[in-house]
Design a protein around this ligand. Structure first.
Ligand code: SF4
Length: 85
């Protein structure tokens, strides 16, 4: 089971984590070794109901490692760079 973030935030706000599809899959796929494939993880994200919440969370919290909301660290960085603040 994927280890989801330890937070002391608002429980209601974190409700989406209960529906995280990756929690039922191989956690290692979401944190591949450098140069490892992210394809499997991204495939899971594509069918995840809480993808938007997950991506938003990762962007807000500046998550550096792993696949979140279907995007890799590099893809999230790119997205952030182009985001209008
Ligand atoms: S979008 Fe991907 S990383 Fe995020 S909760 Fe869903 S399956 Fe997990």
């Amino acid at each position: 089971m994927r280890e989801l973030f330890l937070l002391d935030g608002d429980a209601e706000e974190l409700g989406w984590q209960e529906r995280a599809l990756c929690a039922q899959t191989d956690p290692e796929a979401f944190f591949p070794e450098k140069g490892g494939s992210t394809r499997e993880a991204k495939k899971v994200c594509l069918t995840c109901d809480v993808r938007d919440d997950c991506l938003e969370y990762a962007l807000m919290n500046d998550e550096r490692f792993g696949i979140w909301g279907g995007l890799s660290e590099r893809e999230r960085r790119k997205l952030k760079k182009h985001a209008v603040v």
